[in-house]
Ligand binder design. Structure first.
Ligand code: ASP
Length: 328
C-alpha cells in the first residue's frame, strides 16, 4: 500500500510538469543545464556584441552556461515572441534593446505584449548610436552630408537592420527632420554584413550602435558625422552630437534589458537579477564594454523595477513619435 502511494506521488511529480513543480525544491541548483538567451537580431551585429558579453559575465556569476541563440526578424519581434511563448522555467531568456519599446509603434500586431508577457530582470547597458559614412564620401560634417544627400537623392544609400529596428528608427528620424531620402537597404537577417559593405564602399551610410562602429571610427576607415546622444561621448570626443551638427533636439539613446517569460518562478528571477547586478561589476565586462562604448547601467537600473519603469516610459515616449514619423 505504502509502495503504491509512493509510486503514485512519483507519477504525479513526473507528469504535472510546469514551472511550479520544477521549482518545488527551490532554485538552489539553478541552472542545472544551459540557459538559452535569445537575442532577436543577427550574430555579430551590435546588439549581439553587447548581449554576448553580458551573457558570459552572468554565466560566471551563476556557475552555469548561458547560450546565445540569435532569432532575427521583424524588428526583433520574432525572437521576443519566441521567448514570450517559451516555458517559464528560467531556461529561456530574452536580451533585447529599445526595440522592445518601439515595436508597438511600428507594428499594428506583435506576437507578445511587451509589458504583460514578460518578467523584467534588469536593465543592462546604454549604447549610443553614431551616424557614419564610407570613408571617401565628399561630405566632411553633418551639414555637408545633408547637402550631399539632397543633391544626389536616391543614389545615396543608408543601411538598416530592417523595419522596426533601432537603425531603421534612426534613419526614419533623420529623414523626417532633414527631408533627405536616401535609398534604404534592409539587412533583415543580421546587421554585421552592413558594416562590411560600408567599409567596402558598397553602401554609403549607417546609423547604429557604437558596439560595432567604434573600432571603424577609431581606425579612420569610416567617417563619423554625429553621435545621437545629448552629450558627446568620452571615447569619441571629436565627434559632435547630431544636435551640435544642426539637427536640434535629435536624440536616440539605445538601452538594453534582460527579460524572462511571465510565470517564471520568483526565486529564479531573484537569482538572475542578483547575478546580473554582480556581472555588471565584473572587470571583464567593464573592460569589454569600454572597448565598444557600452555603458553598464547603475545597480538601481539593473533591477526588475528599473527595467519595468524604463520600458513603460519608453513605450509612452516612442509610440506617438513613430506613429507620427510614419505618417499614420
Ligand atoms: N542594432 C541593430 C538595430 O536595431 C540590430 C542589431 O543589433 O543587429 O538596428
Amino acid at each position: 500500500m505504502r509502495l503504491k502511494r509512493l509510486l503514485g506521488t512519483a507519477l504525479v511529480l513526473a507528469t504535472c510538469g510546469g514551472a511550479g513543480a520544477a521549482w518545488a525544491a527551490g532554485p538552489a541548483d539553478y541552472p542545472s543545464r544551459p540557459v538559452t538567451v535569445v537575442i532577436p537580431y543577427g550574430a555579430g551585429g551590435p546588439t549581439d556584441t553587447v548581449g554576448r558579453i553580458v551573457a558570459e559575465a552572468v554565466s560566471q556569476e551563476l556557475g552555469g552556461r548561458l547560450v546565445v541563440e540569435n532569432v532575427a526578424g521583424a524588428g526583433g519581434t520574432v525572437g521576443a515572441g519566441r521567448v514570450a511563448n517559451a516555458d517559464p522555467d528560467g531556461y529561456t531568456l530574452l536580451f533585447n534593446h529599445i526595440g522592445m519599446a518601439t515595436a508597438p509603434g511600428f507594428y499594428p500586431t506583435i506576437p507578445f505584449a511587451p509589458v504583460g508577457d514578460f518578467k523584467p530582470i534588469g536593465q543592462v547597458a546604454d549604447v549610443p548610436m553614431t551616424l557614419i559614412g564610407r570613408g571617401d564620401l565628399p561630405a566632411k560634417d553633418l551639414a555637408g552630408l545633408i547637402a550631399h544627400v539632397k543633391a544626389q537623392g536616391s543614389t545615396v544609400t543608408i543601411a538598416h537592420a530592417g523595419p522596426g529596428t533601432a537603425s531603421y528608427l534612426c534613419a526614419l528620424l533623420l529623414q523626417n527632420q532633414t527631408g533627405i531620402a536616401p535609398t534604404q537597404v534592409s539587412y533583415n537577417r543580421g546587421f554585421a554584413p552592413a558594416m562590411i559593405d560600408l567599409m567596402a564602399g558598397r553602401i554609403d551610410l549607417i546609423c547604429d550602435q557604437t558596439s560595432t562602429t567604434t573600432k571603424a571610427i577609431g581606425s579612420g576607415t569610416v567617417r563619423a558625422f554625429g553621435v545621437t546622444t545629448r552629450e558627446r561621448l568620452p571615447f569619441l570626443p571629436d565627434v559632435p552630437t547630431m544636435d551640435e551638427g544642426g539637427l536640434k533636439g535629435f536624440e536616440l539613446a539605445i538601452w538594453h534589458g534582460f527579460y524572462a517569460p511571465k510565470g517564471t518562478p520568483q526565486p529564479v528571477l531573484d537569482r538572475l537579477t542578483a547575478a546580473l547586478g554582480k556581472a555588471l561589476q565584473s572587470p571583464m565586462l567593464r573592460e569589454r564594454y569600454g572597448q565598444i562604448g557600452a555603458v553598464p547601467v547603475s545597480q538601481a537600473a539593473a533591477t526588475p523595477d528599473g527595467l519595468a519603469a524604463k520600458l513603460s516610459a519608453e513605450i509612452a515616449r516612442w509610440t506617438p513619435v513613430i506613429t507620427a514619423a510614419q505618417g499614420k
